[in-house]
Design a protein around this ligand. Structure first.
Ligand code: ARG
Length: 465
């Protein structure tokens, strides 16, 4: 089975058609059709520039522009026959244009190659995704600020090594995620700067001898500038790798949060209640309510990491400049975009449907010697060297473990046995509230600091205005 060579826009030097198996193996239209809007916008700008430089007549430009608009509406309406024998989005659209308007359509590809054309489409697509990601990240960040406001003043155990460490405010924990996703937002905005550079005019890889105006095309399409080296332009996919690496970081943060939500919704923790509509049941165990959403988000991080690995591996051995291998860059990026944006959206929605079991969380701060560091700090403030203080508190904790009690259960006389410096004001120091509110260092968990952080975030996010 062969298809006729006449369909192919590059058929000139070929004797016969292409094997059906080869067409099936090499096509990318099944997934790069997603880029049609960008391909059409790019072609319109390119044609405008060609006309401006005497390479197209006014009439030809009008025919091309109108022809492309018609094609776009057909694709919008799902009424466009994408053909795998035409390989990719570029040739599907160009062939349809030539069929519709004749010779003018055949002039469109002057001073252009699919190599700079795909770089253009991909950059325009990713530029839009960056803007969408910023919106989704802000929705997510707003959800953390709302939770931080709602639970202001409530305490929970903070952990290191998954062992109870020191009491913190629930709001402080929420604001930690606000910071993480804030960095992700900055990374995306920074990545966009390197995406938003126009590759068009690099042509196949050496540039073109035809009189073109790259800056004009860049301006028409909203790019900040044009790329500096035509070979780099046709061979570069750093921008896609960088974007996918930003995706990976976001998904990684979502996955860590998901892990906490899975743990916290277990009976062992019983820290949170995820609304019924965000959980599912078991087909065999009637009592089950499973945290599927966070589990799936955690699971999907494997795909996103996989996409990043695919891209890195794809590019690592490629000589300059364009190689067909690079067609394999699209699917991992598309999958990362779909996975991460869906995960961000559903996480933000679920956070709005989360109830913390504040009593249980507070109760968990009462055991486990969570204010032992405060006793050590108390001694330090009374001029005991920290290492010595550490030893004193360690012995006090060991005694409590033996007695089966907490530090706060000791009498003043008992506690004084460990150090005569200790006085009755120690009980305030050892209280959970006293401990939390003593941590007034910048970025600390005291109500004062966390209130400041939440207020600043509310202002930044335009909440309560
Ligand atoms: N479909 C191709 C890709 O995604 C477009 C560029 C093809 N260029 C070429 N010379 N075959 O990379």
């Amino acid at each position: 089975m062969e298809s006729s060579k006449s369909e192919k826009l590059w058929g000139g030097r070929f004797e016969g058609g292409t094997a059906a198996s080869v067409e099936a193996f090499t096509e990318s239209i099944s997934y790069d059709s997603r880029l049609y809007r960008y391909d059409i916008a790019g072609s319109k700008a390119h044609a405008t520039m060609l006309a401006d430089n005497g390479l197209l007549s006014k009439e030809e430009l009008t025919a091309i522009t109108e022809g492309l608009t018609t094609i776009e509406s057909k694709i919008d309406a799902g009424d466009f026959p994408f053909k795998s024998e035409l390989e990719d989005i570029h040739m599907n659209i160009e062939k349809a244009l030539i069929d519709a308007i004749g010779p003018a359509g055949a002039k469109l590809h002057s001073a252009r190659s699919r190599n700079d054309q795909i770089a253009l489409d991909f950059r325009m697509y990713l530029r839009d995704q960056c803007d969408i990601f910023v919106v989704l990240l802000d929705d997510l960040r707003r959800a953390f600020v709302s939770l931080a406001r709602k639970y202001m003043g409530n305490v929970m155990p903070g952990y290191t090594h998954m062992q109870r460490a020191q009491p913190v405010l629930i709001s402080h924990h929420m604001m930690a995620y606000f910071e993480m996703f804030g960095r992700d937002r900055e990374r995306i905005i920074d990545c966009r700067k390197r995406i938003n550079i126009s590759p068009l005019g690099a042509a196949a890889m050496a540039g073109t001898g035809l009189p073109i105006d790259r800056e004009m095309v860049a301006e028409l399409l909203g790019f900040d500038k044009v790329t500096a080296n035509s070979m780099d332009t046709s061979g570069d996919r750093d921008f896609a790798i960088e974007f996918t690496s930003c995706c990976t970081m976001i998904q990684l943060h979502l996955s860590r949060l998901s892990e906490e939500l899975v743990l916290w919704s277990s009976q062992e923790f019983s820290f949170v209640q995820i609304a019924d509509k965000f959980c599912t049941g078991s087909s065999i165990m009637p009592q089950k309510k499973n945290p599927d959403i966070p589990e799936l988000i955690r699971g999907k991080s494997g795909r996103v990491v996989g996409s990043l690995m695919s891209l890195i591996t794809l590019m690592k051995g490629l000589p300059m400049t364009y190689n067909r291998d690079m067609q394999e860059d699209k699917e991992p990026v598309f999958d990362a975009v779909d996975t991460v944006s869906a995960s961000m959206a559903i996480m933000a929605e679920m956070l709005g449907n989360l109830d913390f079991n504040t009593e249980r969380m507070a109760e968990c701060t009462q055991t486990g010697f969570m204010t032992a560091t405060d006793l050590a700090d108390y001694l330090v403030l009374h001029n005991v060297p920290f290492r010595e203080a550490h030893g004193i508190v360690g012995r006090a904790v060991a005694t409590c473990i033996e007695k089966g009690c907490e530090l706060t259960d000791l009498t003043l006389a008992e506690i004084k046995e460990f150090s005569p410096i200790i006085d009755k004001d120690i009980f305030e120091v050892l209280s959970v509230e006293g401990s939390v509110n003593s941590r007034i260092s910048t970025g600390g968990t005291s109500t004062q600091r966390v209130e400041e952080a939440v207020s600043a975030a509310e202002k930044q996010m335009g909440i309560g205005e």
